[in-house]
Design a protein around this ligand. Structure first.
Ligand code: SIN
Ligand code: FE2
Length: 221
């Protein structure tokens, strides 16, 4: 869908979508679900980013990730030469990660509840920043202790193509647009589906400028 885009501005500020896309028996994209939370959520995210700035981490293989990230909540996801893990402190500052903003926790609970995952209480919130060209290669989210909790993932700003695969790396993948305000939720039998993000296209969004922000809420412990 995004291939051959004639203009850099084509995908900025897509008209809000509604409804639910089903990606699997227990996987959904709730179109525009985060939009009512934006007025509370956006300033809260700015505060998080001020306290714990975005940084590019290294993969265990020694590659610099094109996505920049930070965290809030009791635990933050980090990557370095030693591997992937959750830590209670920001390794750059030595300080605890900023607190999880209440509107984000509420959005995560509501997103989970409305897709059949009751009693979801996130303790880890990863904030990813994609500039044009940034991508996330195919992976599973499997660093969490109890995989019965779902993943709730909020997209803000520039649109992206979510690469959605199966339970095996080699399984067929589909490409699903994730637009500003969309909330993806996956869990249960779909919890370990491989997924990633295709290289972000250059464009401008009225809220975020030339970037996409993804906020992924999880129960890590
Ligand atoms: C992730 O898989 O951690 C992020 C996915 C996204 O950016 O939508
Ligand atoms: Fe992921």
């Amino acid at each position: 869908m995004l291939d051959g885009a004639p203009s850099a501005d084509l995908f900025a500020d897509d008209p809000p979508q509604t409804g639910t896309a089903r990606l699997g028996p227990q996987a959904y994209v709730l179109r525009g679900f985060a939009l009512p939370w934006l007025d509370a959520l956006w300033p809260a995210l700015q505060s998080v980013i001020t306290q714990a700035p975005f940084r590019h981490m290294e993969t265990p293989g020694g590659q610099r990730m094109s996505v920049a990230l930070t965290n809030c909540g009791a635990l933050g996801w980090v990557s370095d030469r030693h591997g992937y893990r959750y830590t209670p402190r920001d390794p750059d500052s030595g300080l605890p990660w900023p607190a999880l903003p209440a509107p984000l926790a509420e959005l995560a609970r509501e997103g989970a509840r409305s897709t059949g995952f009751g009693r979801f209480e996130p303790d880890a919130c990863l904030v990813n920043r994609y500039l044009p060209g940034a991508r996330l290669s195919l992976h599973q989210d499997r660093d969490e202790r109890d995989l019965s909790h779902p993943i709730v993932s909020v997209s803000l700003g520039l649109p992206a193509l979510f690469i959605w695969g199966g339970l095996q790396r080699a399984d067929r993948t589909e490409r699903v647009p994730l637009l500003h305000g969309d909330v993806a939720v996956w869990g249960g039998v779909d919890r370990l589906r491989f997924h990633g993000i295709a290289p972000l296209r250059q464009a401008h969004h009225s809220l975020t400028g030339a970037q996409r922000i993804n906020v992924t809420l999880r129960r890590a412990r």
